[in-house]
Design a protein around this ligand. Structure first.
Ligand code: SF4
Length: 374
């Protein structure tokens, strides 16, 4: 069972500046910047009361934890220590910037029993980082991940594909880079234009167009596939559907859906079926089977994959379930041929890294630059 993560949002706390795309108050719905020790204790008790049998972690998200004044970091971490001693909480995790994770910081965190560090990487392309006003380089992120891993922490990477200057090739290279550096899990937050950000100003001025939902889903499916191939869990795709995000005018554009992760997995299965079908001489009597617990992902939202396969000339009108298949497998067959494929081991997106050059935006169309995500 996955651990229960009890999140405490510290929106923008510690951040040396505000990045182009960021509005943590809207993302988290939290207005207060840092919780008190009492609030931490009470909130943990409430969460544990609802899920008494799950291993629990306390997480500090939404800011740059290690750039808070040291005293404040101590207060937050010390508020959790009694909960650790009573074994109500197993771990502490924090998220922070890659340029705020030197050896001394790591020693301090280890001394306060922090076990997991999520590094805000966003992209491993220096131009994308520069245009997003991140204030650090790709090399900073690679070094931070390596340092955190070497110091014995669990380390994760947060990626944000689709920012200004980004391309699919750059996003895929970023996935490969963080895995090579030692990231043990990944979160993917495709770009959305949040009101109240500098990115919103660029969007309104017609200087930036993020990948839309369909483009973003296709891109995330490729990123997910790379992680699956490397055995790296993707623990989140897309921003949580907080109240602030649902408000009218909160999201101006971009790849957002309350069940984005499901759409991305459905895309992966959609693409896997097309890959398997390439080797079929005839589509007569075609049948598709999947493990029972994967049926909704293989069908897609509102059975959309069935319609899309039909439109692509693949006559799949129903999906059978086969408990004999592994969790990652599907089986496409007719009387003449049978092909078993896997969302992990089948090479679904051949040469995906070479498919697009690292060339940034392709130029203007209808007054806006169009991203290279299709
Ligand atoms: S992206 Fe991270 S570092 Fe940048 S403003 Fe948001 S929370 Fe702070």
């Amino acid at each position: 069972m996955r651990p229960l993560i009890i999140p405490f949002f510290i929106p923008h706390a510690g951040c040396p500046h505000t990045c182009l795309f960021c509005n943590q108050h809207m993302i988290s719905g939290a207005q207060q910047s840092v919780p008190s020790a009492r609030q931490i204790s009470e909130t943990v008790q409430q969460w544990l009361g609802r899920s008494p049998n799950r291993a629990a972690e306390v997480a500090f998200y939404g800011g740059s934890f290690t750039l808070l004044p040291r005293k404040q970091q101590e207060q937050l971490l010390e508020a959790v220590q009694p909960l650790l001693e009573q074994q109500k909480i197993r771990n502490i995790r924090i998220s922070t910037r890659p340029d705020a994770l030197d050896e001394a910081v790591l020693a301090f965190l280890a001394g306060h029993k922090v076990t997991t560090i999520e590094v805000g990487v966003q992209s491993l392309d220096d131009l994308v980082l520069l245009q997003s006003n991140r204030g650090h380089t790709a090399a900073d992120s690679m070094a931070a991940i390596q340092r955190v891993r070497s110091a014995g922490f669990q380390v994760g990477a947060q990626l944000l594909p689709g920012l200004p200057g980004d391309t699919r090739a750059k996003a895929l290279a970023s996935v490969q880079g963080v895995i090579a550096a030692g990231a043990q899990f990944v979160r993917i937050y495709p770009a959305v234009v949040l009101s109240g950000t500098a990115l919103a100003d660029q969007y309104r001025a017609g200087h930036y167009q993020p990948p839309d939902l369909a483009q973003g889903v296709k891109n995330c499916a490729r990123m997910l596939h790379l992680c699956l191939q490397a055995g790296i869990p993707v623990i989140r795709i897309g921003l949580q559907a907080e109240e602030g995000l649902s408000a009218e005018g909160a999201i101006l554009a971009g790849c957002w859906h309350p069940a984005l992760g499901q759409l991305v997995k459905a895309q992966l299965y959609h693409d896997l079926v097309l890959t398997l079908a390439e080797h079929f001489k005839s589509f007569d009597g075609l049948q598709l089977a999947c493990p029972p617990d994967r049926l909704s992902e293989v069908q897609g939202h509102a059975r959309s994959n069935l319609q899309r396969w039909q439109q692509a000339g693949l006559p799949v009108d129903r999906i059978l379930t086969d408990p004999g298949l592994n969790h990652d497998q599907i089986c496409l067959q007719n009387l003449q041929q049978k092909s078993i494929g896997s969302i992990i081991t089948t090479d679904i997106y051949k040469e995906s890294l070479n498919a697009q050059g690292i060339t940034g935006f392709s130029g203007k169309a209808a007054g806006r630059p169009q991203p290279l995500w299709l």
